[in-house]
Design a protein around this ligand. Structure first.
Ligand SMILES: [Mg+2]
Length: 231
């Protein structure tokens, strides 16, 4: 078994339960803006459309076709317009509220803290995340994750997103880690797994949803506690 020294974790959907925290946030905003009364739709109608639309905007952002400022407002503007609400003031308010409220939510995947406590005694641990700077640091602090990590690398710092090679090279450099003593742990087969493969770093695919395997990870797990079987 290879001896690792550095563990690099993805944050969203690997440790921090993005979907759960996002739903809590959107539901609060939906109720506050009285969208049910204005558009005669349920929260689940609103949420279902928002999720798909937001993903399509993220794809454009990842390809460098739109800016983050556009994405953060357009996901609400476009969702509201889909339900026949043209309200620029509300779109801007929801964009700001989402960025302000969602990172304060603290839902983590099962056993996150227990597993990190054990691993932090054995390894240097770091975060590599594609999120926005101002949001990711608040999430780490509020959910009690900050103390476990030495370096936090956001793609915004590097100027490109995972799976770009530069993000991983930058992270290795910042952590003073060699690729063959490092392990990338993440839920995204392209961003995390294929990205780490580009710089010769071993990978753990954290597959909570039993997705179809499209990559060839070094390790493949379905819960965080399984990390303790080999680390
Ligand atoms: Mg992720």
């Amino acid at each position: 078994m290879k001896k690792y020294k550095h563990l690099f974790f993805d944050l969203d959907r690997t440790l921090w339960d993005f979907e759960k925290n996002s739903v809590f946030t959107l539901q609060e905003m939906f109720e506050e803006a009285k969208i049910e009364q204005r558009a005669h739709i349920s929260f689940s109608d609103f949420h279902e459309y928002y999720v798909g639309y937001n993903l399509s905007l993220w794809d454009l952002y990842k390809d460098g076709k739109i800016k983050k400022e556009h994405l953060s407002v357009q996901r609400f503007r476009g969702t509201l317009e889909h339900f026949n609400i043209s309200d620029e003031t509300l779109s801007l308010k929801m964009a700001q509220d989402y960025i302000r409220i969602s990172p304060t939510k603290t839902a983590l995947f099962p056993d996150t803290i227990t597993v990190l406590k054990v691993l932090s005694k054995r390894y240097s641990m770091h975060i590599i995340t594609n999120g926005f700077n101002e949001v990711q640091f608040i999430k780490l602090k509020n959910s009690g994750l900050s103390p476990f990590f030495q370096e936090v690398i956001t793609s915004e710092m590097v100027g490109v997103q995972k799976p770009h090679k530069e993000v991983f090279s930058y992270a290795l450099d910042k952590a003073a880690a060699l690729s063959d003593e490092s392990l990338m742990i993440g839920d995204d087969q392209v961003s995390d797994i294929q990205g780490a493969q580009k710089v010769g770093v071993d990978q753990v695919f954290v597959d909570f949803h039993h997705d179809a395997l499209k990559c060839n990870p070094t390790f493949h797990i379905h819960s965080l506690s399984e990390l303790l079987n080999f680390l």
